[in-house]
Write a protein that binds this ligand. Structure first.
Ligand code: FAD
Length: 301
């Protein structure tokens, strides 16, 4: 781990909340749904579509999860009313996965059903490895009833090459990302070049199987592999999309839009930005490094 990353994690507990807020504001639309709406309108005007995420995770209060469900239903209604080009992303642990699998399935199914009625789409974010089995099961079981649902998968996990096999049979809609959590080496690749190559391998298999893939990356090398595969398979722009996080690599985002690729930007909002931001920083030394570089006024490496 780079020294700057270790330093950042070490000083995190004493970093003022206002500073974390200042840094996080680049990556988060704001605390209110209206902030996300403003952000999505601006993205839509600039040629990108969006996915709205209500911040929150690791929740063990059923009432809170029910409130999250209601908020997602409101988000879908607002997307419809404001004619936004956006779908939604949800985290199973915010919708009660730690309370119980069936409880969580009930919450997500309610949201998916509402999305289906509005011709919208829900994607299940993928969290740390303790949630992988349940998240894939949630996707499969709800997909048996509704086809407006997709899931995210992580290229750093050794298991993902096996996980995609049954998903390819149903041409699943998948967001492919590298993975953000710090996982043990036993189950995850640690070498950057292997992760990029595994991303390319998984992407090629999924696209060959006619899966619609959200290619979620800000890494130019990974983007190049994706473009190589898209070119080789002769895919049309409506057979895949690129995805990026709000506030990250807008330059590369604009290049891809100008080249004619569909681009979806992940727009998180909500009051739970502080625990989200600090957890992310503690969990992921790379992001901690970005923050410290920001703090010092340096460009991300
Ligand atoms: C739309 C979207 C959805 C995602 N959903 C999930 C998910 O459900 N589960 C999951 O585990 N992970 C998710 N991720 C995160 C992903 O797994 C990676 O951790 C992250 O995208 C960094 O990998 P990269 O391919 O962008 O390449 P990297 O090589 O890590 O990053 C390339 C460059 O992008 C910049 N960068 C990357 N990430 C950030 C950041 N957060 N803040 C500031 N700068 C950054 C840096 O300049 C870096 O040099 C998602 C990412 C995206 C884009």
């Amino acid at each position: 781990m780079e020294l700057i990353n270790r330093l950042t994690i070490g000083v995190m507990p004493v970093v003022p909340k206002s500073f974390i807020g200042k840094v996080a504001s680049r990556y988060i639309a704001g605390e209110k749904l209206s902030d996300a709406v403003t952000e999505v309108k601006s993205l839509n005007a600039n040629g990108a579509v969006a996915t709205i995420d209500l911040l929150g995770e690791d929740n063990i209060d059923p009432d809170h999860s029910r409130k999250v469900t209601e908020t997602y239903i409101e988000i879908l209604d607002v997307i419809e009313a404001e004619k936004l080009d956006s779908n939604i992303s949800v985290k199973p642990t915010d919708l009660g996965l730690q309370i119980g699998y069936d409880f969580c399935k009930e919450q997500i199914t309610r949201i998916v059903a509402h999305a289906a009625a509005l011709d919208n789409f829900l994607r299940i974010d993928i969290e740390d490895h303790t949630c992988t089995d349940d998240s894939i099961r949630l996707y499969k079981e709800i997909h048996d009833q509704y086809d407006n649902i997709g899931i995210a998968l992580q290229a750093y996990l050794r298991r993902t090459i096996d996980d995609i096999k049954p998903l390819m049979e149903t041409s699943a809609n998948i967001r492919l990302c590298k993975g953000i959590y710090v996982e043990p080496r036993r189950i995850s690749y640690k070498n950057r070049s292997i992760i990029i190559n595994n991303f390319a391998l998984l992407l090629e298999e999924l696209l060959k199987a006619k899966c619609y893939v959200g290619i979620a990356t800000h890494c130019e090398e990974t983007v190049w592999h994706a473009k190589r595969i898209i070119y080789k398979l002769g895919l049309k722009p409506d057979e895949y999309e690129f995805q990026m996080l709000l506030g990250v690599e807008p330059g590369l985002r604009d290049i891809l839009i100008e080249e004619g690729h569909k681009m979806r930007v992940y727009v998180p909002f909500g009051e739970e930005w502080y625990p989200y931001s600090t957890r992310r920083l503690k969990e992921n030394p790379a992001i901690a490094g970005y923050v410290m570089r920001d703090f010092l006024g340096l460009r991300p490496a």
